[in-house]
Structures are given as C-alpha cells and as structure tokens.
Design a protein around this ligand. Structure first.
Ligand code: AMP
Length: 218
C-alpha cells in the first residue's frame, strides 16, 4: 500500500489546519501540526513551551533545531507509519532538508506538496476573526463560521479565546516571515516536481474536494 506523506504549504490563515483535520478523519494519515505541538507544550508549561512562546508571541519562527527535534519525535510515533499530513512544517529550507533525510531513512518520501494560495487581505481578515476553543481546539470564524452562542464553543460550551499571535501586530509579522522564510520552499519542492496549487479562497468543501482528489491519486 502506498503511504501518504503530504505537506500543506501556505501562509497563516490559509486553512491548513481545517483541511488537515478533514484529511485526518478521512484517510489513515496522522495530523502533525508544529504550531499545535508548541501550543500543547505551552499549555503544559514545559521548557520547550516557554522557549517557543517567546518567539510565537512576536510572530517569529521558533529556531530550527528545537522545531525539527520536536517534529521528528512526533513522526516516530506509530500513528505516523501509514501517512502524515504536515501542517505548518516545514517552514524553512533547513526544516525541509531535515524532513527529507528523516523520511529517506525510513524508506519513505513526500508524495505531494499542496500550495494553498490565498491573498494577504483575505488572510488578515480571517486571522483577526478567528476564535478558538481552548479545550477541544475547535476553530470558529466570527464572520463565516460563528458559534451558535456568542463566545462559546458549540461542542463543550468553553469560553472561546483568540490566539495571541492572531492579534494585529503579530499577524503582520507572521505574513512577512512567511514571505521571507517559508515561501522559498515552493521553489524547493517545485524542483522536486511535488507542488500542486490549491485555490484556498474557495469554500472549505471545494478546497477539500481539490485536496482529496490529489491525495486519493497518491
Ligand atoms: P501555526 O499554528 O502553524 O500558525 O504556528 C504558530 C506559531 O508557531 C508560528 O508563528 C511560529 O512562531 C511557531 N511555529 C509553528 N510551526 C513552526 C515551524 N515549523 N518552524 C518554526 N516555528 C513554527
């Protein structure tokens, strides 16, 4: 059986997390989101969490060495053996090289890189309207996908919160960091003939259908 290792590459707010969760429910693919792993460490008040938070709050990337080590430990878990959807990783060329090496060592490789393309003004609007449930991680958008009761999670009633890095100053910096450090990965993966472009401004279901078609063909 082909194992499916795919990367969702796109700016913050492109919908990578939403699409990754759908793929995770539909295929035997673990969802590996470096941002979620950092947020779990922050919630548990680990040393890694404290370090990561100092970068995340400013919208900067966490250094490659700690990020790579954390993700490598995650993909060594048994649920990653049949496939993984990477969400928010890799974000630098050094991370991409580290991932290639780790997969090659396990006789695996990336099957596709899905470039989720969304204009900056749409990203800013989405990120500033994004509220999350701190308990189950559910994501709401006050404009397009509001909770049934204002400020409360539909599933467990927890008070919704806004990510610190979804506040305006950090959002601007995250978009700059994406352009400078992550977008060059597009060329890296284009050279390997792995890139499929997805129009990320379509409705969630349309984006999903485009992605599923590619993943099914792997
Ligand atoms: P995300 O949830 O993917 O938007 O990530 C939130 C923040 O976590 C980013 O702005 C970075 O500060 C940090 N982060 C997440 N993934 C990475 C990564 N692969 N490399 C470096 N920093 C990361």
């Amino acid at each position: 059986m082909n194992s499916k290792y795919i990367i969702l590459l796109g700016p913050p707010g492109a919908g990578k997390g939403t699409q990754a969760k759908i793929l995770n429910g539909r295929f035997q693919m673990a969802h590996v989101a470096s941002g979620d792993l950092f947020r779990e460490n922050i919630a548990k008040q680990t040393a890694l969490g404290t370090l990561a938070k100092s970068f995340m709050d400013k919208g900067e990337l966490v250094p490659d060495d700690v990020t790579v080590q954390m993700v490598m430990e995650r993909i060594a878990q048994p649920d990653c053996a049949q496939g993984v959807v990477f969400d928010g990783f890799p974000r630098t060329e050094a991370q991409a090289h580290a991932l290639d090496r780790a997969l090659a060592g396990a006789r695996k490789k990336i099957g596709a890189v899905l470039w989720v393309n969304v204009h900056d003004h749409v990203l800013v609007a989405r990120l500033s309207a994004r509220w999350i449930c701190p308990t189950d991680g559910a994501v709401y958008n006050l404009e397009t996908n509001p909770p049934q009761v204002a400020g409360k999670c539909d599933k467990d009633g927890s008070a919704l919160t806004q990510r610190d890095d979804d506040k305006p100053g950090a959002v601007r910096r995250r978009l700059e960091v994406f352009q400078a450090q992550t977008k060059p990965l597009l060329e890296y993966y284009r050279r390997a003939n792995l890139v499929h472009e997805i129009q990320g401004e379509q409705a969630i279901e349309r984006v999903q259908a485009d992605i599923v078609r590619i993943v099914e063909a792997l």
